[in-house]
Design a protein around this ligand. Structure first.
Ligand code: DQA
Length: 148
C-alpha cells in the first residue's frame, strides 16, 4: 500500500515536549521506526509534518492526485477545531485513520472532542508511536472509505 503519514503542529517537538505525556523518543526517531515497520510490511510511506493547517490540506489533496491508498493523520491540536482539515479529509475518497500519541479522552475536556475523526474510518489514541503501526495494519484491511 501507498500510505501518507501526516503530523500536525508541535509533533516535531515530540521527545522534548511534555515527555510525561508524549514520551522521550524524538520525532525523527519515532517516524524512522514507523517507516521501518511499514517497509517490513511492504508498504510505501511518505511522512510529512507541518505546523500549518494549509500545508496539511495540500498534502491530503496531493495524496489523492498521487493515488495514495491510505492516510494516517495525527492532526495535533487541529483535531479539536479544524473544520478545514475535516473537510479536506472528507473531500478525498482515501481511507484515513486518526492517531493520537496520548489518550485524548482522559485529558482536558477540550481534547475529548475530535472534529476530524468524523472524516476518518477510525481513531487510535493512547498507544504512543505504536498507534501509527496499528493504524497501518487497520488500513491494510480497508481499501474503500465506507467499507464497514
Ligand atoms: C495529540 C493530542 C492533541 O490534543 C495535542 O494537541 C497534540 C498531540 C496526541 O498525539 O496525543 O498536539 O494529537
Amino acid at each position: 500500500m501507498k500510505i501518507m503519514i501526516l503530523n500536525g503542529p508541535n509533533l516535531n517537538m515530540t521527545g522534548t515536549r511534555e515527555p510525561n505525556i508524549y514520551g522521550r523518543t524524538g520525532y525523527e526517531e519515532m517516524m524512522a521506526q514507523v517507516e521501518r515497520a511499514a517497509q517490513s510490511r511492504g508498504h510505501e510511506v511518505a511522512c510529512f509534518q507541518s505546523n500549518y493547517e494549509g500545508a496539511l490540506i495540500d498534502e491530503i489533496q496531493r495524496a489523492w492526485r498521487e493515488n495514495y491508498d491510505g492516510i494516517i493523520i495525527n492532526p495535533g491540536a487541529f483535531t479539536h477545531y479544524s473544520y478545514a482539515l475535516r473537510d479536506a479529509l472528507a473531500s478525498v475518497p482515501i481511507p484515513a485513520v486518526e492517531v493520537h500519541l496520548s489518550n485524548i479522552h482522559r485529558r482536558e475536556e477540550f481534547r475529548h472532542r475530535s472534529v476530524t475523526a468524523a472524516s476518518c474510518v477510525g481513531q487510535i489514541a493512547g498507544f504512543g508511536m505504536q498507534g501509527y503501526i496499528l493504524a497501518m495494519d487497520a488500513l491494510a484491511g480497508k481499501t474503500v472509505k465506507n467499507d464497514l
